[in-house]
Design a protein around this ligand. Sequence first.
Ligand code: UN1
Length: 514
Amino acid sequence: PAGPRLPATAELRARAAAALRRCGADLDAVTASTGETLPARTPLTGGTLAELAATTPEQIDAAVAEAHRTFRQWRTVPAPRRGALVKRLGALLTAHQEDLADLVTIEAGKIRSEALGEVQEMIDICDFAVGLSRQLYGRTIAGERPGHRLSESWHPLGVVGVLSAFNFPVAVWSWNTAIALVCGDPVVWKPSELTPLTALACDALLARAAADTGAPAGVHRLLLGARDCGERLVDDPRVALVSATGSVRMGREVAPRVAARFGRCLLELGGNNAAVVTPSADLDLTVRGVVFSAAGTAGQRCTTLRRLIVHEDVAEPLLARTVRAYQQLPLGDPFDPATLVGPLIGPAAGTAMTEALAAAQRAGGKLLTGGERCLADEAPDAAYLRPAIVRMPEQTEIVRTETFAPILYVLTYRTFDEALALHNDVPQGLSSSIFTRDQREAERFLAADGSDCGIANVNIGTSGAEIGGAFGGEKETGGGRESGSDAWRAYMRRATNTVNHSADLPLAQGVSFL
Ligand code: UN1
């Protein structure tokens, strides 16, 4: 049943403008009626919130030039002082958590607690980066020559170009930006064209943090535009690292362009994440883990659970309970605290979901629940669809394809080796889980011949990683790692240093000369 009515576009526009104003951005000032414009829309109604001035090619070049100029200065600022900028940013994000969450809900359609959680990720990564600013450790290496010291140092790399996606419109920017800034790298950001308002708010907060801490304004530049805007950034030889989050299709274009100019790339592309459920799994915990991972964020996380590989002995009870849980998921206005499933990002995503469900059924799949469009009368330009579960006879082409919508494909297995083979037999390699109480199975899943993903979990779903670990995946996911652990190394260049403090000149490898 439909909940309370959806908010009107005008109401959402006013709420977005107020949140932006509190963050220090003026919606009217960035609104344009002439020249190239970019619409800011809301998936809650499908309505247009504003027409924004798109960044022109000349402005893109100027932004990169400014960031590059700033780099020459920023790289010499001691890292802990760079950390002071990020510390201030973290404080401003904390003060404006509600405002940013409002914008995330309005532009990306996330439910309240997930929008707040996304901003929490930003605050957390700032904390992490501040600590990191005193820990950009190199190492001292045992060298082979007497009177010599062999070591390595890490230096700032250069301008970082960040391309981010609509589904984590602010967290992914913050993972890159907080780390890049303490590493000594200015950032030029091209957010998804679907979420320009959240980007304006972040840009304004970072500008304020820079002003408050005496950092140069050129440490951050925001570009608003569509694909051509991103292409110009990607092709600019002054951009040392391109950190791109998005589709495999996008990665296939970005990677060779950056490689052609010997730039560095950090790719976070598609996922097709699976959970293996074994006979010993704790079913209560598994159902909750599966439902959050598969239906949470309306299936629009790159870590969303898309494949359930369940032992045939537990398939019936697990599916019965999961289907029941799905049918009770409240869907509708993401601002309503009772709602757990908000809208898809737009009508095209709804169509993709419907088409994938049709393809799955043509391939012999049985739709167990979901897929219906809701609130179509009230919001004809929005896409509210019920999360779906489809039982598949085998891992067909559609199952091996990432559809960015809440569809959970279910496959059954008999032997554990069969489960692992099914698990790894997809082109993507981001996140994975096993639900089991059998230690052998759990350890095997995490071993070299287990899950081939960048993230492998036990008794927890595939989504919702903490910022402290390195985030990313293998195969078509692109191989990049960002966020915590030692992901910072991608944002710096390594110099190996040999210092001779003796009066002799012994050559390595015992070579004699002169
Ligand atoms: C994404 O979907 O692009 O692990 C990022 C998670 C979040 C990040 C997802 N912390 O689900």
